[in-house]
Design a protein around this ligand. Structure first.
Ligand SMILES: *Cc1c(COP(=O)(O)O)cnc(C)c1O
Length: 373
């Protein structure tokens, strides 16, 4: 969904003489803060970088632990591990695929510093409960909002109840900057430190604030996790289109969900209605027992008919080789997350497809499943 405006905006950056540390990043941060209602927004190189910066700000490292959901993108856990801290994995709840908060308290120990939650597929986690647990155990709360731009919880944008909310602008997300991320927060001191940590911990970048060109000091051990001006120029234009993108996602999702409802080999993640709005990242169906082993065949046949699918996520993070080797967690320890990974099939509802495509998908999913028997 890159249009003329995006192309022109990137070209304008290339015609100019500022490729990084420029006004586009500030403009994108301001637009993002305005849209989400965030007091502070800091653009980063990726969502994973944003989460890692939050842990760096917190000073977590070897000996510390962070609770993370098992059913997520590996970036949620890698951000913890890259700081030298360890992950404690919680299973999913069956109706949403979100972290099972009933398990979280049992995992907390003296070493637990933070709790990361993921608004899986854009359906908000029960943040009242998250904050209650966090307050009782003095945990820092990271909201991984990579799939949840546009989602609200109790009429406020997700990412603002926890200490930080982190977003991704990787190409498949709600908006893109090619690679990129954003951290939003209520804490001014955190925002200021993260802005410095994303750029080596250098104390000033603004040439006007330097008495001598090239003069600066480094007060913190920071990374190079910045967003560049081309990415930010894309982001500024994509933000203008976000309301339209979200509307199309909702329409597509509803048509697809209604159309697939009658197919008996399928189950759905069915979050209870509540005071929230989800962001319709994609529609995930779960294949029932009778056909779940035939998922590769189903994916292949849908692909042949022009229906692209994906899997969110192919394995729970603790079953990926790196984590399995380190933590040795088995399938039976995470039955719900394992079930979602094994049976789920994600169908697209993004603004690149329309309502006619949804009808086409319903007909073809039905036909492929009917012919399996
Ligand atoms: C995509 C995604 C990430 C990683 O985002 P990057 O911007 O590529 O670092 C992290 N968490 C979740 C839930 C994601 O979907």
């Amino acid at each position: 969904m890159i249009g003329e405006e995006e192309r022109r905006a990137v070209d304008a950056v290339l015609q100019g003489h500022v490729l990084t540390h420029g006004s586009r990043v500030r403009e994108f941060e301001a637009a993002f803060a305005r849209y989400t209602g965030a007091p502070h927004a800091v653009a980063t190189a990726s969502c994973t970088a944003a989460m890692q910066l939050a842990y760096m700000h917190l000073g977590i490292g070897p000996g510390d632990e962070v609770i993370v959901p098992a059913q997520t993108h590996v970036g949620t856990a890698h951000a913890v591990e890259l700081c030298g801290a360890g992950c404690l994995f919680a299973d999913s709840e069956p109706l949403t695929g979100n972290i099972d908060l009933d398990q979280v308290e049992a995992l907390v120990s003296d070493r637990t510093r933070a709790l990361a939650v993921v608004h899986y597929l854009g359906v908000p986690v029960d943040m009242d409960r998250v904050m209650d647990i966090a307050e009782r155990h003095r945990l820092f709360v990271v909201e991984d909002c990579a799939l949840a731009l546009g989602a609200t919880y109790q009429r406020a944008h997700v990412g603002l109840r926890g200490d930080v909310g982190c977003f991704s602008f990787y190409p498949v997300k709600h908006i893109t900057t090619a690679e990129g991320g954003m951290l939003i927060t209520r804490h001014a001191d955190l925002a200021e430190r993260v802005a410095s940590l994303r750029a080596f911990g250098i104390d000033r970048h603004d040439p006007e604030r330097r008495d001598t060109p090239g003069e600066y000091d480094v007060a913190l051990l920071g990374a190079n996790f910045r967003m560049n001006e081309m990415g930010a120029a894309l982001g500024v234009e994509q933000m203008k289109r976000l309301p339209e993108f979200l509307k199309r996602r909702r329409e597509n999702y509803e048509v697809l969900r209604d159309g697939l409802a009658g197919i008996e080999q399928l189950e759905f993640l069915d979050p209870a209605a509540g005071d929230y709005q989800q962001s319709h990242y994609c529609l995930v169906v779960l294949l029932r027992d009778s056909i779940c082993r035939r998922r590769p065949e189903i994916i292949k046949q849908l692909g042949d008919r022009g229906v692209g699918t994906s899997i969110y996520y192919p394995k729970p993070v603790p079953h990926m080789s790196y984590y399995r080797g380190k933590y040795g967690i088995s399938e039976s320890d995470l039955p719900v997350a394992s079930r979602i990974s094994l049976r789920s099939l994600a169908l697209p509802v993004g603004p690149h497809v329309n309502v006619d495509d949804m009808h086409y998908m319903v007909n073809n999913v039905a036909e492929v499943l009917r012919r399996l028997e």
